[in-house]
Ligand binder design. Sequence first.
Ligand code: SF4
Ligand code: SF4
Length: 127
Amino acid sequence: MTSSALDCLSCGACCFGGHDRYIQLFAEDEARALPADAVAEIDGRRYMRMAGGHCAQLTPCAAGLACGVYEMRPTACRAFRAGSFECLKSRQHRGADAARLLMLAGVGGPDPSGPVPPQRPPRPRAA
Ligand code: SF4
Ligand code: SF4
């Protein structure tokens, strides 16, 4: 599967995690102007704050699920590439959760855990 077949806005699966230490912030993330309420400090380390099983910055919008801090998103998120092993793993394990959030938000869209239709153009997770 190629990254060009994956649409991040209709997915968002990699923004879901089972615990509060899912997205850790590193030293270089200090320079990114992340809002204070986007970050949680746990045992002296900083993480993206989670809410409802996903990063609290994952935001339903007309186009799907967008990153609310796309320009400032941390290194861990930038390293996540559509079509990578980690991407496909997230889609497999968290795709249903993301599809549920899309449905609750009334956005609809394809089920990220299902088969990916070919030739869907890649789109960034920006709002
Ligand atoms: S990188 Fe993969 S898992 Fe993450 S939103 Fe894009 S398609 Fe979904
Ligand atoms: S910062 Fe943006 S890309 Fe990273 S987990 Fe949160 S919503 Fe997803």
